[in-house]
Design a protein around this ligand. Sequence first.
Ligand code: HDE
Length: 701
Amino acid sequence: MAGSKRETVKLGDEIVERGPQGATHQVASPGAPVLTTQQGLPVSDDQNTQKAGPRGPALLQDLHFREKIFHFDHERIPERVVHARGYGAHGYFELTDSLADVTRAKVLSEVGKKTPAFVRFSTVAGSQGSFDVARDVRGFAVKLYTDEGNWDIVGNNIPVFFIQDAMKFPDMVHAVKQEADRGFPQAQSAHDTFWDFASLSPETTHMLMWIMSDRAIPRSFRFMEGFGVHSFRLVTAEGKSTYVKFHWKPKLGMQSVVWNEAVKINGADPDFHRRDLWTAITNGDFPEWELGVQLFDDEFADKFDFDILDATKLIPEELVPVRRIGRLVLDRMVDNFFAETEQVAFCTQNIVPGVDFTNDPLLQGRNFSYLDTQTKRLGGPNFTHIPINAPKCPFHNFQQDGHMAMHNPKGRANYEPSSLDRGPRESPTAGYTPFQEPLRDATTRERGALFADHYSQARQFYISQTEPEQTHIKNAFVFELSKVEVPAIRERVVSHLLNVDEMLAQQVAQGLRLEKIPQAAPPARPVVSTLPESPALSIIKNGPKSFAGRKLGVLVTDGTDATLLSGLMKAAADEGTLVELVAPAVGGVKTTDGKLVPAGQKIVGAPSVLYDAVVLLPSADGAALLNDEATARDFIADAFAHAKFIAYVKEARPLMERAGVGPSDMDAGFAEIRAGGDFAGFLTTCRDVRFWDREKRTHTV
Ligand code: HDE
């Protein structure tokens, strides 16, 4: 047959097989599998359709072609209506402190037990193909495959939410997604419909403060906290309930990017967060979080200034400390993105005996939504048969049939009670029983009275931030509202901010150049302005203790000092910092010892926004060569503008000046490296992540 004729040819340094049509293949290793159709029929030619003659029309009888294209045509499933863009990884949860006194859940009682876990991080508003560093909430969904069934903590990286009642979720999501008529903007809240909805819904105010803060532009999934958000219950075998809020605390501390960086990262590497997680896990640098719980009882709930059922409120850690009870480690990437990350189906109603819900009206709405949406998204009720969704403990029931049923009950009796087969039976002792909460009120659509306080905790969040963080919040409001076309919407937002912090409101008004400050929105409940600062709410106050897990971008050229470079590599390895060499060509540079050192990136594809700090190690000639390379100048100018720590050799100074960074700009964020240079000292400085003082000089409008 013509299609099967092969010859061997040389391609570069490799010997490959070439078919008559020119396509080349690696030489098949002995025993390599034969390509087949889905029915197992061996395929003779995967390059050409059957035709009536070499130039003739294609034939419908080509079953291999038909099957291949038919399958391709059906590859897509609906993307998630929210949280469409996400990235998942496997790992385990290990309990370090037992909660057996407050819950019968085995996963929270047996210290040392490792429970398999799958985690999916996501942005909310963007489509599946949008960029990673959108200003947005991040989903932080954890599936624990416990011995008592799957327990999903479907949380976010922000502990509060936009709305209080699930009834408003479709409105809120419609408003933030691309506008209905024009189909843009993608993955952004900076547009009229979002701010229109938000400014007409004062309950969003607290969450607005969070998403205008740097929490919404994390440096990486590895550097963010996670929260269960709602108040849940832990319940003992005797039926005693304790309220609980779940927290995930990143071992690496928190870190975010700055907004101007985010804008540029999204162009330079739309997969910035995915790549970060992939690289860390495949390098064996496994990210880790501690599971923390805030436990409280009805007495605390009754005395608390806010309703614990209101998901727009949090419980300050200073009031109820977070008790660390276990660790979550992500140590394995998926084998197949679609099979696992895309098909994983989280559901708030997946709980285990000993964990239970509260009457939070957002949570109760979610309990309906997730199962419903999975049925549509994954095509039927048997999505639990997909391996990523199936429990890892034994499971038995009489649910049957439906599309793609993979686990089918055996035997005659597919029902119970039955006397014919000895099938599975319910267990009053092992089984889940809902917490027995007395119901007392008449049916209503009212919300609890305390739900009406929309500003007090927003204010508390704002006053708990450091100065640079407050500036970023102000700038974010100004940026977002400057994209809003309708002036009345901008004013409405300022009218709410006046109830949060007058100075903030004034600064935002000034940034927008509002002609006059509007009146404060009338609060539905008096604002409690005495809530104290809560240091736990600031990222900078909870930053890293080392520069581990961060990435240095090192600019090198031919003639880079080999001793300095190896000193840097050693210091970075000691600190646990990743190093990427950025060079004029990806093939690398010849250092002073004559060796060719391969580079990680060519300068044009590696702006400094991709790194946490930079080192400029060119030779004098190399620096001169880069003098007229705009991307090299941007590399330095951006590192400076983004308040990064910068180490340099004296040979780099002319290039730095060319980039607009002259001697008068050199602040304490710069370190000159001399012969035998002290990179360890520089990396210790980098633990502070940025030299924030510089921002006042680089962002003045
Ligand atoms: Fe979700 N949410 N949500 N959500 N949510 C979904 O479920 C919904 C809310 C969260 O990686 C959907 O499988 C309603 C709060 C995460 O697969 C959908 C309400 C929090 C993910 C849905 C909320 C979340 C989702 C879309 C208001 C933080 C991604 C696809 C009552 C505590 C999970 C899907 C993943 C996904 C509904 C509010 C977190 C439509 C109705 C609050 C992390 O079912």
